[in-house]
Ligand binder design. Structure first.
Ligand code: ADP
Ligand code: MG
Length: 772
């Protein structure tokens, strides 16, 4: 359907006898012709798939002028939009320069004006007389200072037809080949046929929280008459998602504690005690408190399931290491899982450095009495080294094994695994810890999860609801605040010059400086050194333009009128910036570069030289993000800072301010004033607080990404839940979920809820339902 009046809705008589439910296939319910594009464009197979495709927003069709107020719409060129508007002028003419006819229809939408242009379709004028109200759908263009839709599809809403529409017109995430109103028609048809689905939520729970029934909620979210109806419906549907997620968490928690953990009692005369005795500083109050509580838990048979939160530099790794040593003292092993090879290697290096001779069992200068071995296991080890590492793990010679999630999960056997420490560097909500925890055996290891930066409580509840939380809310004494400044080098080049002068000043004062770039150079990056993808639009991916009218337009429009597309340049690279600085503004300083693709021994040499103070300036990728600890480094300059996520920037700047001298961090960007990118950097610069930083991070992230939907690569049942917006609701849902699961850990007596969990979190996450 490209234009005209809505098709008459026909009820397919042949299936009326059957019951249409959420599992009914769309082909059965709607017929092949309607179902095919839904399957092809949006991978919808069942009635449930369609009904869970919720409107993105609504337009009040009887009050055109209200629409823009309510939607707070900000238009962007290139966006695919569906608009409800009124025609207020139409003019057709022969084109001057070329052959052909162009019809320009002027449309008002709220307070905005749009021009719809049609090439060689003079007959469209009949449908689009002034005063006509219609829905238009097409790609936005900015052309000579006005908004255009070129050859949009449209559907006229005449007096007679508007009766077919609900009070609010739902606007769906749509595709060029599957318009919003086509989806709306399909939804209407399905809802006409649908038997109200059985409600998975018990009546008592619905009553207690004032929730609409599922049937009502589904009808009203798609075809609401009022804004209130729509809000009630959404609240119920969000509840389903939050509740399912919390049931899954509560279930995971229950299943994680069915088997006992190996008890690892403290020893007065062990490695942990020797380590503490050698510590060159005193633990912070928070480290002591959290350390005690973890130590007590490790000593018992109830599995520890703990999330360890704390700002960068608060000493989480120290707490984790002390826990690992207690486990080693009990004759068992600990494993530390990192998300990337680079991070794993660095963790291994810093653990060895912290342990000193206590970590060199089997080597000459080992502390023979108590020493243990830290073994690194990653995919890039040579065959021989890998075999040795595997043997270390299997024989128990390695007290501590450090590696990537991927490698350790696939291939490693442990002699006696007591503790799994997971470093969830920038990765919210990955669930690798389950694999090691659920290996066959009579015991299940203790689990400690560290987050890179702290996350707000509601987020922790949503994503780590199966874990208890400990927070290190205190930085070691003598930490210097890090003065952070955003430097918009594009508009204020003088600021950047000043930055290089300040590098000279720092070095002259005997200090050292990091310069960080987002890219290695030459041929791309490596895992762990990539920069985050820009946040996605909430639209489904539009397909590449195939519209023949696009083509026509391109041919018709004189070339000089084509707006030049701005080519995004690749991010700055270490291998390019390094030499540039060495020959330019930083000439005369001792400068080295460091990145993950350098051979290990070269990397080590550079790192050592920087630690020893024989290198003034280190130009590096994010390899320095963890494990690098040079208190004499007092300044960090991050190039193309807008290419990093804010949490990552926060983590990076934590590499300075580790000594007694005041420190600074400059976030250099070409982003201009008023842009979201610069605003983000300025907000980061304004706060030293990791909790606030992760809030900023979450605001710019795709929610689906946060909740792990993308990671599973599968259709997720999380459509509406927002970890930022629905904090209270999540807390309520968690309490309900814990009480349900306490009485029925596998939901055997709540089949409706079990079904809800499966449909929302997917079979993998719902695995606990089948355990026990
Ligand atoms: P996090 O993992 O939370 O970012 P780390 O455990 O890596 O923090 O600690 C950061 C640095 O501070 C390390 O060099 C560590 O040795 C040091 N450190 C840890 N605890 C203390 C403390 N109580 N006093 C002084 N320095 C500490
Ligand atoms: Mg750390």
């Amino acid at each position: 359907m490209s234009a005209g009046r809505p098709p008459r809705l026909s009820v397919r008589g042949d299936i009326l006898a059957d019951v249409v439910g959420m599992d009914t296939s769309l082909r059965t319910a709607l017929g092949d012709k309607t179902a095919r594009p839904l399957a092809k464009q949006l991978e919808m197979e069942t009635v449930g798939d369609l009904l869970r495709h919720y409107p993105r927003r609504y337009i009040a069709h009887n009050s055109v002028t209200h629409s823009s107020e309510r939607e707070d719409q900000r238009f962007r060129p290139g966006e695919h939009v569906t608009l409800l508007g009124k025609v207020d002028g139409v003019a057709g003419r022969r084109m001057r320069q070329r052959r052909g006819h162009v019809l320009e229809v002027s449309v008002s939408v709220g307070g905005n004006h749009f021009t719809c242009t049609f090439f060689n379709q003079p007959y469209r004028e009949r449908d689009l007389q002034p005063g006509t109200t219609a829905l238009f759908s097409g790609d936005l263009k900015r052309y000579r200072n006005s908004w255009q839709l070129v050859a949009p599809e449209f559907i006229v809403l005449g007096d007679g037809d508007s009766g077919l529409l609900p009070g609010l017109i739902p606007i769906y995430p749509a595709k060029r080949k599957l318009r919003s109103w086509v989806i709306m028609m399909a939804v209407r048809q399905v809802l006409d046929l649908l038997d109200d689905p059985e409600d998975p939520l018990p009546d008592t729970l619905r009553a207690a929280h004032g929730l609409a029934s599922l049937g009502d909620a589904l009808r009203r979210v798609h075809l609401p008459d009022t804004w209130d109806e729509q809000e009630d419906a959404r609240r119920r549907l969000v509840w389903d998602e939050a509740f399912a997620l919390q049931l899954a968490m509560a279930g995971r928690r229950a299943s994680a504690t069915t088997r006992p953990a190996p008890a690892c009692p403290r020893r007065e005369d062990g490695l942990a005690a020797a380590f503490d005795a050698r510590l060159p500083f005193t633990l912070t109050g928070a480290q002591q408190r959290v350390g005690e509580s973890i130590a007590d838990a490790l000593a018992g048979e109830e599995p520890l399931n703990r999330l360890l939160q704390g700002d960068v530099g608060s000493g989480k790794t120290m707490v984790a290491l002390r826990a690992m040593l207690q486990v080693v003292d009990a004759g068992r092993q600990a494993v530390l899982l990192a998300p990337t090879e680079v991070l794993a290697a660095q963790h291994a290096r810093s653990l060895r450095a912290m342990l000193g001779p206590l970590g060199r069992a089997g080597e000459l200068d080992a502390d023979t009495e108590q020493a243990t071995r830290v073994t690194l296991l990653t995919g890039s080890l040579g065959a021989k080294a890998r075999r040795e590492a595997l043997l270390d793990a299997q024989s128990g010679a390695a007290g501590i094994v450090v590696g990537t999630h991927a490698v350790i999960q696939q291939s490693v056997g442990f002699a006696d695994l007591g503790l799994v420490v997971v470093d969830e560097q920038h990765r919210f909500g990955v669930h690798q810890r389950d694999e090691l925890r659920s290996r066959p055996g009579t015991t299940t290891p203790h689990v400690l999860v560290m987050t890179a930066t702290p996350i707000p409580r509601t987020v922790a509840l949503t994503m780590y609801g199966d874990l208890d939380t400990s927070v290190l809310d205190e930085l070691p004494k003598g930490r210097q605040p890090i003065a952070t400044t955003a430097v918009p080098a594009g508009v204020k080049p003088r600021w950047l010059e000043r930055a290089w002068e300040r590098v000279h000043e720092e070095v002259a004062a005997g200090h050292q400086v990091y310069v960080v770039c987002p890219r290695i150079g030459e041929e791309g990056g490596e895992p762990g050194e990539s920069w985050p993808e820009p946040a996605k639009d909430d639209l489904l991916d539009p397909e590449a333009p195939t519209d023949e009218f696009e083509e026509t337009l391109r041919k018709l429009r004189p070339p000089e009128e084509e707006e030049p597309e701005e080519e995004a340049r690749p991010p700055l690279a270490v291998t390019e910036v390094g030499p540039m600085l060495a020959e330019g503004p930083l000439a005369g300083l001792r400068l080295e570069i460091l990145h993950g693709r350098m051979p290990t021994d070269e990397k080590d040499a550079v790192m050592r030289a920087f630690s020893d103070g024989t290198v003034d300036v280190l130009v590096a990728t994010t390899v320095i993000e963890v494990g690098v600890d040079v208190p004499n480094a007092t300044m960090m300059i991050i190039m193309d800072a807008d290419r990093f996520g804010v949490s990552q920037l926060h983590q990076l700047r934590g590499r300075v301010g580790r000594g007694s001298a005041p420190s600074s961090c400059l976030l250099v960007t070409e982003a201009v004033g008023g842009s979201p990118a610069l605003e983000r950097l300025e907000r980061l610069a304004a706060t030293p607080d990791g909790f606030e930083v992760s809030r900023i991070d979450l605001e710019v992230r795709d929610e689906g990404d946060v909740l792990g939907a993308q990671q599973s690569g599968r259709r997720s049942g999380l459509h509406m839940l927002s970890v930022l917006k629905h904090g209270d609701l999540v807390a309520e849902a968690r309490d309900e979920a814990r009480s349900v699961v306490a009485g029925d850990p596998t939901l055997a007596h709540h089949p409706g809820l079990a079904g809800l969990v499966r449909s929302v979190v997917g079979d993998d996450e719902a695995a606990f339902l089948d355990r026990l």
